[in-house]
Write a protein that binds this ligand. Structure first.
Ligand code: SF4
Ligand code: SF4
Length: 288
């Protein structure tokens, strides 16, 4: 089984549109690992078949009947997560367990905390694993790991040879969780001022985890000079550019119509994306 993760150094580069387009071309399991702000479901319209609660970090819980109001926990909590009346402020609690440790009366226990949901769904392009992190919850890296594990189980169950992962933006913990152990990372970039800097950071992460990376320059024609700089940068580092897509409103139009670009249009962009998909399949060893 092969795994491809599509990422970008920042949001809004067309990453999710490309993931959806590839989903409509491939016979794959889809995994939406952008658990903080997922939007793949807007195009794929998953029909949820299974929903499970996700427990992230533990949360301190006070049994007031045992509390002698010594305030040791209040003084020991470094995250300001206990107020003077010895109430736990859920949003601030990091689950470190120090308060439980210092409490002389065993009034504090660490409990499971509901942090989000993971879903198994059907889409018109195949099975999908996705999730939603609750507001102000932080365990997104762990939830990404759940999404990936569920995707693997789906691939085994339906005998799919590929998992396409829509990764989160940035380079933080959830991104690392989205790319570790995959066969290829596709970095979607745009010729903006920060593009090379973003690319550099994300390539560092990919290199660190020993994951091969290829690049797609989206909207290359909005600044051809910068696009050329990106190409030069990639050439010098032996990073393959698998596609260069011009700016086209069809991305937005397709999204408005809740369709992938290749479903929505058979124009030039769709042809370019199909060509890029052929190259990616070769990079993954899924085609001659
Ligand atoms: S578990 Fe840690 S962060 Fe949470 S209330 Fe206790 S001391 Fe504070
Ligand atoms: S340390 Fe324990 S007993 Fe003291 S205030 Fe906190 S909960 Fe109450």
């Amino acid at each position: 089984m092969k795994q491809l993760t599509i990422i970008s150094g920042k949001g809004g580069t067309g990453k999710t549109s490309l993931t959806a387009a590839f989903a409509s071309l491939a016979d794959a399991v889809l995994a939406d690992c952008d658990v903080d702000a997922s939007d793949l479901h807007l195009i794929l319209k998953p029909d949820i078949k299974k929903k499970e609660i996700f427990h992230g970090m533990e949360l301190a819980s006070v049994d007031k009947s045992r509390c002698i109001d010594c305030k040791k926990c209040y003084e020991a909590c470094r995250f300001g997560a206990i107020d003077e009346d010895i109430n736990i402020i859920k949003e601030s609690c990091e689950g470190c367990g120090v308060c439980e440790y210092v409490c002389p009366t065993d009034a504090i226990k660490m409990v499971e905390r509901d942090s989000g949901y993971s879903y198994i769904s059907e889409t018109r392009f195949g099975p999908m694993s996705h999730a939603m992190l609750m507001t102000a919850e932080e365990a997104s890296g762990e939830l990404v790991a759940v999404v990936r594990e569920n995707a693997k189980k789906l691939a085994e169950k339906y005998e799919k040879e590929l998992i396409i992962i829509d990764g989160p933006p940035g380079i933080g913990c959830p991104v690392i969780s989205s790319i570790t152990g995959v066969d290829l990372v596709l970095i979607v970039t745009e010729p903006t001022l920060s593009a090379i800097h973003d690319l550099e950071r994300i390539l560092e992460v990919a290199n660190h985890f020993d994951v091969p990376a290829v690049v797609c320059i989206n909207k290359y024609d909005i600044n051809e000079e910068r696009a050329a700089d990106i190409e030069k940068y990639c050439r010098e580092r032996n990073v393959k550019i698998v596609g260069k897509l011009p700016y086209d409103t069809v991305f937005t139009d397709a999204m408005i119509h809740e369709k992938s670009v290749v479903e929505f249009s058979d124009g030039k962009i769709s042809e370019e994306i199909k060509g890029m998909w052929d190259v990616i399949k070769k990079e993954l060893g899924l085609a001659e």
